[in-house]
Design a protein around this ligand. Structure first.
Ligand code: AMP
Length: 406
């Protein structure tokens, strides 16, 4: 008989001012029943609670202040309790941004795991506190339900030591200052879908995945395992992003401290909130808006050009680490929806075997390279929520991650 334990799963993905959730029925078809967002948390009156069913029909869309994550989750739980999907909820899975070096796979949340998450707060002070509070709020609302932490860093723990190292004094590495990498749930999902779509040889080959959303990173994946990635100690590293700077000459930080007299909070704001596409364009963090305006707005054009050039450089660097390239996948908001960005990233990469068919690219076909090209360039949707639900089911059923038996 099929194992029904851990079938009905609520996933929670807490951001700094928003919270995404989904409810899955993890039978054979892994059906999505509900998906929604709580937005504008802690931003005064601009809170919003919206839910759609599995077919995309709106069930709720209300504007109400959401004072903090606690209030946002109470609104969700109150609403959920009146829903038929609520009965028989089996488990709750959380995306946890940082698992440090200790957490290399999804784990059932225990008092020990909670203590460890508290210890990790200095590594992710902008995200982990809200995630911890979300776990605590679920414990209060549903004390009987198992909860599972799915770490966004875990997928990258297979990177060789040399890929994780920074050129810093050894004592800093000893206290945990090294490259963790992020977007692991997205990369893991893409590898699994690629295996289904294109077979084990493609998923196990020399693969670069470009996760290009508001947060953006690329990963080099070989044999289905991460061997390098662009984000570093924090999600601020690597590629220039919507409001994050990406990699900087470290001397710039010293300059800002010495000559602009910035303190830690101000420095954090400059590199995480005021930089990136927003900082360079001076007007918008949103790639779609920048593309619409780039013909009339020189600074918008510069921001788009910087993003594409940096992404191309990272594809080249990761291909070097992989010793060549078989498959390049574009995913997330920009990767899935912005043909001009994909096209410009790939321009000049012909020497690596990367070619793009303009018509296929304009249609965002599943494969945008021409038939027979040395590198298959793909556009794929990512689904971190579904990955969390899969892990949660597997942990609750006491199987290994991603459905493998222990
Ligand atoms: P995400 O964080 O994955 O939701 O991605 C958000 C980013 O995707 C934003 O910069 C959006 O402007 C961008 N995006 C979404 N749709 C489009 C589109 N049709 N064209 C260009 N960029 C898009």
């Amino acid at each position: 008989m099929a194992d029904r334990r851990g079938s009905r799963i609520l996933t929670i993905n807490s951001g700094s001012s928003s919270l995404k959730f989904a409810l899955f029925e993890m039978g054979d078809d892994e059906a999505l029943r509900l998906a929604g967002r709580l937005e504008g948390i802690g931003l005064g009156g601009s809170g919003r609670f919206a839910v759609k069913d599995g077919e995309g029909n709106s069930l709720v869309d209300e504007a109400n202040p959401l004072d903090d994550h606690e209030a946002a989750l109470s609104r969700l739980f109150d609403w959920l309790k009146g829903r038929p999907e609520h009965g028989g909820l089996d488990a709750v899975g959380h995306r946890v941004v940082h698992g440090g070096s200790r957490h290399t796979r999804p784990e059932r949340i225990t008092p020990e795991v909670m203590a460890s998450l508290h210890d990790l707060v200095p590594l992710a002070p902008d995200h982990l506190p809200q995630e911890i509070r979300a776990i605590e709020a679920v414990s209060r609302a549903y004390p009987e339900l198992p909860q599972v932490a799915c770490f966004d860093t875990a997928f990258h723990r297979t990177m060789p030591a040399v890929a994780q190292a920074f050129g810093l004094p050894r004592d800093l590495a000893d206290e945990g200052v090294f490259r963790y990498g992020f977007h692991g749930l997205s990369y893991e999902y893409i590898v699994g879908e690629l295996r289904k779509e294109a077979g084990s040889a493609a998923a196990g080959g020399r693969l670069i995945v470009a996760h290009l959303g508001n947060g953006a990173s690329l990963a080099a994946i070989l044999g289905g395992k991460s061997i390098d990635t662009t984000m570093g100690f924090t999600p601020a590293g690597g590629l220039v992003m919507s409001t994050r700077s990406g990699d900087l000459d470290p001397g710039i930080l010293v300059y800002l401290l010495r000559h602009r007299g910035l303190d830690a909070e101000e420095l954090d704001r400059v590199v995480n909130k005021r930089a990136g596409l927003l900082g360079v364009s001076g007007t918008s963090a949103d790639m779609r808006e920048l593309l619409e305006r780039e013909d009339q707005d020189k600074h918008a054009a510069e921001a788009v050009a910087l993003f594409c050039r940096q992404a191309r450089k990272f594809v080249g660097a990761l291909a070097a680490v992989l010793g060549g390239l078989d498959t390049l996948v574009f995913t997330a908001g920009i990767g899935e929806n912005a043909p001009p960005v994909r096209g410009r990233i790939c321009e000049g990469l012909e020497f690596l075997g990367v070619r793009v068919d303009p018509d296929r690219n304009a249609r965002s076909d599943a494969v945008i390279s021409p038939d027979g090209a040395p590198v298959t360039v793909r556009v794929m949707g990512t689904d971190e929520e579904r990955m969390i639900a899969r892990h949660t089911r597997d942990v609750v059923r006491e199987r290994g991650p991603s459905g493998s038996e222990p």
